[in-house]
Design a protein around this ligand. Structure first.
Ligand SMILES: CC(C)(COP(=O)(O)OP(=O)(O)OC[C@H]1O[C@@H](n2cnc3c(N)ncnc32)[C@H](O)[C@@H]1OP(=O)(O)O)[C@@H](O)C(=O)NCCC(=O)NCCS
Length: 151
């Protein structure tokens, strides 16, 4: 089973994002609080990040080193990000992608109009400036488990 863990080393985050050509100029220590790595904790094969804004989140910076792709790392990272988001009360996860729309569709994400983005997502640097306007804007609505008590 794939080892997915929190707080991957910053050097690995910038290396993997750089290799994949994804933006990292806006990353702050606060962002890195909600990053996960996959594989070795010292030299991860892949990473993903979440920006949390109460009931919505932006999934960002999903990248797997090219030599490690196709082994389930990307899927495991998204699953962990979703699990964590749900535990924080997030109901909807948004993302922008130019390269992986089909990958995310298979994981239950659907393309939506940018105009309908929640204000908190519109204010992110990824949304407002870093990702090209032709990026696919996608959302997944998380199922919230109802807890029922029987007496
Ligand atoms: C997208 C990405 C993270 C997938 O990582 P991965 O570890 O290869 O993913 P998995 O091994 O879990 O792949 C699961 C399936 O998705 C498919 N897949 C992978 N990347 C895909 C893509 N860009 N488009 C469509 N399908 C894709 C795989 O072929 C695999 O299919 P299979 O189960 O039929 O073999 C990786 O290709 C990557 O880093 N790409 C460059 C960066 C990027 O595009 N990030 C997303 C922007 S936020």
């Amino acid at each position: 089973m794939m080892n997915v863990f929190p707080h991957p080393p910053v050097s690995a985050v910038t290396r993997i994002l750089g290799e994949a050509g994804l933006p990292c100029s806006d990353l702050t220590p606060a962002h890195l609080e909600h990053f996960f790595g996959c594989g070795s904790t010292v030299a991860p094969d892949g990473i993903v990040g979440l920006e949390l804004y109460e009931s919505v989140a932006l999934l960002r910076s999903l990248a797997v080193s090219s030599k490690c792709r196709g082994r389930g790392c990307g899927t495991a990272l998204v699953a962990q990000a979703e699990l964590f988001a749900r535990s924080q009360g997030v109901r909807e996860i948004y993302l922008l992608t130019t390269t992986a729309q089909r990958f995310f569709e298979r994981l239950g994400y659907a393309r939506v109009l940018r105009d309908g983005a929640p204000a908190a997502i519109q204010r992110t640097q990824e949304f407002s400036s870093l990702c090209p306007s032709e990026s696919a804007f996608m959302v997944k609505r998380l199922l919230v488990q109802e807890v029922t008590c029987s007496t």
